[in-house]
Ligand binder design. Structure first.
Ligand code: SAM
Length: 290
């Protein structure tokens, strides 16, 4: 398999100049120019020749080259049509890559897993466009795509939010949602000088390994997530007031108060103090009372 040629500043500049490419801020384009970071992403994703990898936003194909060497099949979804001729060029030596020119939020990933991996769990690897990190990750989980792991570059702050637990200012709906589906692990912190152009935030690579068994038993998943969102929408309010003020869940105040009492928590408890298990217990109690 042809060795990657991209991943350093010189070759990246050469490709960009050859095609007269100009960066589109609206697509969150910050291309990787550091081979150590690329090696780290590939090794921490644990890709083997059995794997199908979905890459979101291949850019000029830098990480795609590394993925093509490690995986059986790579499917890369890129929104910017100006990058498609570039990808045809930089990926011409790899016969196991399919590029799809689409908005990843509009692609049926379940169907891709079916077509290229017989519906078996896939690995997602990406240097994500930061403006849509949360919709991409939540979209993958909520549409129940078969996923073994997601290894992605995200804004450092977002990686911290995914990994943290109660008691931290970063703890919120994203932490709980991610941890319901997967075990997060921050693999590396990555400074702005590893990208072209440099982003004005720090970045981190995080691996989310899907649970083989759900960490908590929930009777009504949708209700639990509505409760979680309502609790963090008004962070400074008590849990009871947050739930009572929510337009998403219409529950009688007595039901809310009784359910919180059953949880063994005082009336002044805030949502940010509850663990995933406690949110699951609260949701199960409420669904029994309705
Ligand atoms: N993977 C490349 C790298 O590491 O050098 C590029 C990463 S860059 C941070 C994000 C990429 O995602 C860009 O190529 C951008 O055009 C693409 N992108 C942005 N929004 C997208 C969307 N909704 N669907 C698919 N790709 C998208």
């Amino acid at each position: 398999m042809t060795k990657p040629t991209l991943g350093n500043p010189q070759n990246t500049i050469e490709v960009l100049q050859k095609y007269g490419f100009s960066f589109q801020k609206k697509f969150g384009q910050n291309f990787l120019i550091d081979t150590h970071v690329l090696d780290k992403i590939i090794s921490s994703a644990g890709i083997t020749k059995d794997d199908m990898v979905l890459e979101i936003g291949p850019g000029i194909g830098t990480m795609t080259q590394y993925l093509a060497c490690a995986a059986r099949k790579v499917v890369a979804v890129e929104i910017d049509k100006a990058l498609i001729p570039i990808l045809e060029d930089t990926l011409s030596a790899y016969d196991n890559v399919t590029v799809i020119n689409e908005d990843v939020l509009k692609v049926d990933i379940n169907q891709l897993a079916e077509e290229y991996n017989d519906g078996k769990p896939i690995k997602v690897v990406a240097n994500l466009p930061y403006y849509i990190t949360t919709p991409i990750i939540m979209g993958l989980y909520e549409s129940h795509v078969p996923i073994e792991s997601i290894t992605v570059m995200v804004q450092k702050e977002v990686a911290d939010r995914m990994q943290t637990g109660p008691g931290s200012k970063d703890y919120g709906a994203l932490s709980l949602a991610v941890q319901y589906y997967a075990k997060p692990y921050i693999v590396a912190n990555v400074p702005p000088n590893c990208f072209m152009p440099r982003p004005n935030v720090g970045s981190a690579v995080i691996r989310l390994t899907s649970h083989t068994e759900a960490p908590v038993q929930v009777k009504d998943e949708q209700l639990m997530f509505k409760i979680i969102r309502a609790s963090f929408n008004q962070r400074r309010k008590t849990l009871a007031n947050g739930l009572n003020n929510s337009s998403e869940i219409q529950l009688p105040k007595e039901v809310i108060i009784e359910a919180i009492e059953k949880l063994g928590k005082g009336a002044s408890v805030r949502g940010e103090a509850l663990t995933l298990q406690e949110f699951a217990d609260l949701s199960n109690t409420i669904s029994e009372m309705l």
